[in-house]
Design a protein around this ligand. Structure first.
Ligand code: ADP
Length: 195
């Protein structure tokens, strides 16, 4: 990661209460955003869904509310999704063209394959994005809400998995890590600046 030794940050405030941080890593392809993922104009936002894909609380609930009922109707046709896998739908009323639904692991102490499953969520979501020609993609902090994954460990996996995917897949133009709380914001800022 020597390329990123001179990482620099540019602060922007596109909307009140929201903050973009651009990190000079990966040809400036990675951004950090604090705020509501449903507000982002990107090709695809990622949903931290559950295996039913039929909606839930947290970011899942926010995405379904913002996208409208047609999203649930399409999700019903998908026959669920396995933990660590990802499936795509249209974005309906969202600014994003697509929603990529992935299912993070429930934290169970860390010895039940949680790190591999969480890495797979990021990797599979990016593979699905490439398959659908989505070039800009925003991720929430998968599994770090109700599913209880320790935030710092999850942030390490998220940033490492995305960084290595970008090294091998130049067709992805931008990845936004969308954080919703200060704790995640600080972990991501630290990791992205120091990578
Ligand atoms: P999980 O079940 O995978 O833990 P949650 O939705 O409970 O999913 O939480 C995942 C992360 O999404 C948490 O860090 C939570 O703070 C965050 N989050 C909740 N609502 C939003 C939103 N509207 N936009 C972005 N992130 C959100």
């Amino acid at each position: 990661m020597g390329d990123c030794a001179n990482a620099r940050m540019i602060l922007e405030r596109p909307q009140r209460g929201h903050m973009f941080i651009e990190i000079g890593c990966q040809m400036k392809k990675i951004k950090l955003f604090k705020g509501d993922i449903t507000s982002l104009k990107v090709d695809a936002i990622v949903n931290a869904a559950n295996t039913s894909l039929l909606g839930g609380g947290g970011v899942d609930g926010a995405i379904h509310r913002a996208a409208g009922k047609e999203l649930l109707a399409e999700c019903r046709t998908l026959n669920g999704c396995k933990t660590g896998d990802a499936k795509i739908t249209k974005g309906y009323n969202l600014s994003a063209k697509f929603v990529i639904h992935t299912v993070g692991p429930v934290w169970n102490g860390g010895k039940s394959g949680e790190p591999e499953k969480l890495a797979s969520c990021y990797h599979r979501s990016l593979e699905v994005a490439v398959e659908n020609s989505a070039k800009t993609i925003a991720f929430p902090n998968i599994s770090t809400g109700v599913y209880g994954y320790p935030k710092q460990e999850a942030a390490v996996i998220a940033t490492q998995t995305v960084t290595s995917f970008l090294e091998n897949n130049p067709e992805i133009e931008q990845v936004i890590f969308c954080v919703f709380d200060n704790e995640n914001f600080e972990y991501y800022r630290e990791l992205l600046q120091n990578n």
